[in-house]
Design a protein around this ligand. Structure first.
Ligand code: AMP
Length: 152
């Protein structure tokens, strides 16, 4: 069975820009927010981690529930007062995975082998959005059905 024109068009390499969640729909926190605010964003959004941006919207890192809980854990109890004392930039993860908007589909896929999402940045480091495993897997699923499904 040969592919229809419509099926062939769907096989064109999807761009990172088409697949990403745009910045305005991404939950994020700012470097100077207290941990309390970051925890609120994480709990209310339900995400395990979100990007950290500076005041000019440049990507500087990411913060997760695990980092926060680890930071406030004292010797024999959680020290919840630390949630208002510590700022996001003091505890965040700095080497966050990022990818350029003009990167190829396969670069996006490789980046997401080890992490559930990567930040999409422009050439100056400004935050454009995130690329998630979900978006990549949706495209891989389409490719799989077009390429490997049994011929009828
Ligand atoms: P998903 O592949 O949709 O499960 O997303 C993977 C990860 O990407 C989530 O666990 C979050 O850390 C992050 N993520 C997904 N969507 C958003 C969003 N709208 N805002 C912030 N982070 C997100």
């Amino acid at each position: 069975m040969s592919m229809t024109q419509e099926e062939q068009q769907q096989l064109y390499e999807p761009s990172i820009e088409e697949m990403m969640i745009p910045a305005e729909k991404v939950a994020h926190v700012q470097v100077n927010n207290p941990l309390e605010h970051a925890l609120l964003v994480l709990v209310k959004s339900g995400y395990f981690a979100v990007p950290v941006l500076d005041t000019s919207y440049k990507l500087v890192g990411s913060i997760s529930k695990t980092i926060i809980l680890d930071q406030i854990l004292g010797l024999d109890r959680y020290e919840f007062e630390k949630l208002s004392d510590l700022k996001v930039h003091e505890v965040m993860e700095r080497d966050t995975k990022s990818i350029r908007k003009d990167a190829s589909f396969i670069e996006g896929l490789k980046t997401l082998i080890d992490v559930p999402y990567a930040c999409v940045i422009d050439e100056d480091g400004y935050f454009d959005g995130i690329l998630t495993r979900r978006a990549i897997l949706k495209e891989v699923n389409k490719l799989y059905y077009h390429s490997f499904r049994p011929k009828e």
